[in-house]
Design a protein around this ligand. Structure first.
Ligand code: ZN
Length: 341
């Protein structure tokens, strides 16, 4: 049987935050908000278990955005004066905080939700953190003056939190690096090294998620410009294959990523994206199994994990729930076929 998991985020319930948005406003405030975050986490733990996933996440219910959730506990960042910045090579504009002084953690970032997750499921748990290069691409720099230097500064902080998450009982720590698919040369030159710095000393399973972004219009339009063959992974996979990171999560179903690029990840566990997060259309178990079978031409059976292409945060909740069930049904179907097939 194949392991099954999600890339990271899940839709926030309407009583927790605005729905359908990447940077949603919270609905409750104060203690009510803290309680509502954990209630939503518990809801999604249960729904993931019922869907049959073997690795469970917190769905990122406690953070407004996959990058800014971490930044909120970092000193040296001015959140009061956000500026508009083009991110992912100007693919879209976002209001981002500014780095104005040396960076330091003000305390634990995800202790509450990580321990809550550990306490409420007996299955293996995965926790996601933004990768250093993607953080650098989602804040404005008014201090370091050098992207690599700032990435390594963030990597040190990520490492502190990652080691603490491991002590909280997290089995898999995943860093999200969509920026690797945008700045391929930088990713190979220093991005993977910064990632390894973030994962330094971890003895739990380490992972990196590299995708073509959430299913928002700016990303859908960008993908249309990438042509018939998406070869971005080709530049970074060889560097990742040599790295200490154990698992790599990639986008596959409905993408134009040539499946043979997965062969560049020799020695790694590969989280194959079998669920499209840019479409509400539900995958059939046969489609999911088909994606897995295609990947098996290049990934050893024991190294393949069925996963979503990216986070499900901006989707409708009932669509996300149905997609989790489709993921598990398809992985089970692929698992029934003889190994030689
Ligand atoms: Zn993603």
């Amino acid at each position: 049987m194949f392991e099954t998991t999600i890339a990271g985020s899940l839709p926030k319930p309407a009583w927790l935050a605005e729905t359908g948005k990447l940077w949603p406003q919270w609905r409750p405030a104060g203690e009510d908000l803290a309680r509502a975050k954990l209630d939503a986490t518990l809801l999604w733990i249960k729904l993931q278990e019922e869907a049959g996933l073997t690795v469970i996440g917190d769905g990122e219910m406690s953070r407004q955005h996959f990058v800014h959730g971490f930044l909120e506990r970092v000193a040296g960042i001015d959140f009061a004066h956000k500026v508009e910045m083009g991110i992912r090579n100007d693919r879209y504009k976002a209001m981002v905080p500014q780095v104005v002084a040396p960076l330091a953690l003000t305390g634990r970032v995800h202790e509450t939700e990580a321990r809550f997750l550990r306490a409420h499921t007996a299955r293996r748990i995965k926790f996601t953190l933004p990768g250093p290069m993607t953080i650098v691409d989602t804040v404005a720099d008014r201090f370091y003056g050098d992207r690599a230097k700032m990435a390594f500064a963030f990597a040190e902080l990520l490492n502190q939190e990652a080691l603490a998450l491991q002590a909280d009982g997290v089995d898999i720590i995943q860093f999200d690096e969509p920026a690797f698919n945008v700045y391929m040369d930088d990713a190979a030159a220093w991005g993977v090294q910064a990632l390894e710095r973030a994962a330094q000393g971890l003895t739990c399973t380490t992972a990196v998620h590299i995708c073509y972004g959430y299913g928002i219009p700016a990303n859908v339009d960008w993908k249309k410009t990438l042509g018939q063959e998406w070869r971005q992974y080709e530049k970074v996979f060889p560097a990742l294959a040599k790295s200490s990171i154990r698992q790599v999560s990639l986008e596959c179903f409905h993408s134009h990523v040539p499946a043979d690029l997965m062969a560049l990840l020799q020695g790694k566990d590969v989280m194959v994206g079998v669920i499209d997060v840019a479409s509400d259309e539900l995958e059939t178990p046969e489609q999911v199994a088909g994606t897995i079978e295609e990947a098996l031409r290049f990934v050893p059976r024991h190294r393949l994990i069925a996963c979503t292409n990216c986070g499900l945060a901006p989707m409708r909740r009932e669509v996300a729930e149905a997609k989790l069930r489709a993921l598990v049904a398809g992985a089970a179907l692929a698992g029934q076929k003889p190994a030689s097939a």
